[in-house]
Design a protein around this ligand. Structure first.
Ligand code: SF4
Length: 236
């Protein structure tokens, strides 16, 4: 598996949980605000030593809620990920996957080994950074339905940009229809620009990042129908 590294104890990667977090490399999207774009573009990555990771995971087990795998897009390495999750599960560790959820067939390969899923609700035409966003959005909704149907709890993150409220309202409604059957925690967070972050496309960020706090509040109201809402406004 191509990985950028792991952190044995993290309190910031899943809301309200302590995780052992692993970053996998590569991504099928090119989000302009992405601050993990070097990992997404497979820079500074290397072959994962799975046995060493599992040793460290066993030592961390008493202190963590999940092995959390993020990226990049972990589902680009779905077969290997399924194997890793299976072994973590056999060791008694719950598994959390952070995915953009646009690779539906790859998700099917690992879904039996997933205990918690985190994903972003991004405005696809503006934020996926690829031309075939319509198909990917449909895939996203199909993935959410699959996860919801299995009652896997979801952390739905909404990265907020300076985009019209109506755009968010439309997408939140579509997602609500897909997520009717499971427990949802919505995390609303602003997209921050330089110098706080190092986005892939600074020019895009100059135009759309750092939304006002009022925009977060309005989107939080729209999202309240989905589940419990947490706002992380980072002091803006
Ligand atoms: S899906 Fe995530 S890792 Fe991939 S480009 Fe978008 S923000 Fe970056």
């Amino acid at each position: 598996m191509l990985a950028a590294g792991w952190k044995g104890i993290s309190t910031v990667d899943v809301n309200g949980a302590v995780t052992f977090t692993l970053w996998l490399c590569g991504c099928n999207l090119r989000c302009p605000f992405c601050h993990n774009w070097r990992i997404a573009e497979r820079q500074n990555c290397g072959e994962l030593d799975v046995e060493r990771l599992l040793d460290e995971l066993a030592r961390a087990k008493p202190y963590i809620d999940y092995l959390h795998v993020t990226g990049g897009e972990p589902l680009l390495q779905a077969e290997e990920l399924r194997h890793l999750f299976k072994r973590a599960g056999e060791a008694g560790v719950a598994r959390s996957l952070n995915t953009n959820a646009t690779l539906t067939k790859a998700l099917e390969k690992v879904i039996d080994e997933v205990d918690h899923l985190a994903t972003d609700l991004k405005i696809p035409d503006q934020m996926y950074g690829v031309p075939h966003w319509q198909q990917l959005w449909q895939n996203f909704l199909t993935s959410l339905k699959a996860v919801s149907g299995r009652k896997i709890p979801i952390e739905l993150r909404i990265p907020v940009a300076n985009l019209p409220l109506e755009t968010y309202a439309k997408r939140i409604e579509e997602v609500g229809n897909a997520l009717a059957e499971t427990e949802v925690t919505v995390v609303i967070q602003p997209l921050l620009g330089p110098p706080t972050t190092d986005p892939r496309d600074s020019q895009w960020c100059r135009q759309y990042c750092n939304p006002p706090s009022s925009h977060l509040q309005q989107i939080a109201k729209l999202a309240a129908a989905l589940g419990k809402v947490v706002i992380k406004n980072y002091g803006i």
